[in-house]
Design a binder for this molecule. Structure first.
Ligand code: CA
Ligand code: ZN
Length: 300
C-alpha cells in the first residue's frame, strides 16, 4: 500500500502545488496527518498564543490521481480512520460563537483512552473520529486550508468519518487531493472554533466518476447522502444545498420539481456542519430509504 507521511504538509489547496504522490484510480493510500496546530500544542502549560499561528490547518498532500480529469468527480472512500492518544481544544477572544465573552485564549489537553475522550477525570466523551479538512485543488487562486468551499477544504462536518464516501468536483487534472485536521469528536457547529483536535492516519481508496457533475462535495454513508455547501451565511448555504440537492436528484426521477420539493420537505433535512470558519458550512441530507423508494442510483 502506498503511504504519505505528515511532513508533506500544505497550508492551502492550490493548482500550483507539485504533487508529492502519484496514485492510480483504485489505489488505496495511507495518509498520516498532524493535528490542526501542526502538533505544536503538547502540554497544558504551553502558552497557546506563543505557537506559530501561520502553521494552522495543515493538510497532507497533494496527491495526483492518474486518469482523473477536470470535470470528473473524484470518489474517495474513507476505509479507516485512526487517531492519536492525545487531543487538544482551544477557544478565546474573537473566536467561535462565544468569543465576545472570553477574555483570554485557553487550551485544554484531552487524553484519549478506553474509547473515550477525557475532558476531565469525570467527563468521558464518546469518540466520533472525523476529518475536518479534505479536498482537491480549486480553480484559480489557492484557497487556505482553513477555508471551505466547492473544492472541499475545512468543511468540519461530523459525517466525514470511517465508512463514508466523498465525491469532489475536480477542477485540475489529477485532482491534487489532500486531507488533515482530524477530530476525536466534534458537535455540529464546532462552536468554540475547535473540535477535539488530534493527529492521525486515514486509509482512503480513490476512484473516478466520469460523465456526472456536482458543483459541491457530496457525502454518502449508510444513512443516505449529504450535499456540503459553504457560503458567507448559513441562510445562503442552506438555500444552495437544498436547491442543488433537488437538481442533483431530479434527472434520476420522473417527478416534477414540486413533488420532489414536497418529498424533500417531508423527509429531507437541512443541517449545520460548522459556524466558525471564514465561510460557514451547511448540508442537505436525503435518507437512504427515499433514494431506494425512488430507485435513485447516483453516479452509476
Ligand atoms: Ca477545522
Ligand atoms: Zn480541527
Amino acid at each position: 500500500m502506498k503511504s504519505l507521511a505528515k511532513d508533506q504538509a500544505i497550508y492551502a489547496f492550490s493548482s500550483h502545488h507539485e504533487p508529492v504522490l502519484y496514485v492510480q484510480v483504485g489505489d488505496t493510500v495511507e495518509i498520516e496527518t498532524y493535528d490542526c496546530f501542526t502538533d505544536q500544542i503538547q502540554s497544558a502549560e504551553q502558552e497557546v498564543t506563543a505557537i506559530d499561528w501561520d502553521a494552522i490547518n495543515p493538510a497532507t498532500g497533494p496527491i495526483y490521481v492518474e486518469g482523473v480529469e477536470a470535470g470528473d468527480l473524484l470518489k474517495v472512500r474513507i476505509d479507516k480512520l485512526e487517531i492519536g492518544t492525545q487531543g487538544v481544544m482551544v477557544t478565546g477572544p474573537e473566536l467561535g460563537v462565544m468569543g465576545h465573552r472570553l477574555e483570554e485564549m485557553t487550551s485544554k489537553i484531552i487524553p484519549i483512552r478506553d474509547g473515550k475522550a477525557w475532558f476531565s477525570e469525570k467527563i468521558g466523551l464518546p469518540l466520533n473520529p472525523m476529518i475536518g479538512v479534505i479536498g482537491v485543488a480549486p480553480e484559480g487562486e489557492p484557497v487556505s486550508c482553513g477555508t471551505p468551499g466547492s473544492h472541499g477544504g475545512n468543511m468540519d462536518t461530523k459525517w466525514i468519518t470511517e465508512g463514508a464516501t466523498l465525491y469532489f468536483p475536480v477542477h485540475i487534472d489529477g485532482a491534487l487531493f489532500g486531507l488533515g485536521d482530524f477530530h476525536a469528536a466534534m458537535g455540529d457547529g464546532e462552536v468554540s472554533v475547535s473540535g477535539i483536535e488530534v493527529p492521525g492516519k486515514a486509509t482512503v481508496t480513490f476512484d473516478v466518476v466520469k460523465g456526472h457533475r456536482s458543483d459541491w462535495p457530496l457525502l454518502e454513508n449508510e444513512h443516505g447522502i449529504y450535499l456540503l455547501v459553504s457560503a458567507l451565511t448559513l441562510d445562503e448555504a442552506i438555500k444552495i444545498a437544498t436547491e442543488e440537492m433537488i437538481d442533483l436528484l431530479l434527472p434520476h426521477t420522473e417527478l416534477s420539481v414540486s413533488d420532489l420539493t414536497m418529498l424533500m420537505s417531508a423527509v429531507g433535512e437541512t443541517q449545520i456542519s460548522q459556524v466558525v470558519d471564514p465561510l460557514v458550512t451547511a448540508r442537505f441530507f436525503v435518507p437512504r430509504h427515499l433514494l431506494e423508494s425512488l430507485g435513485v442510483v447516483l453516479f452509476d
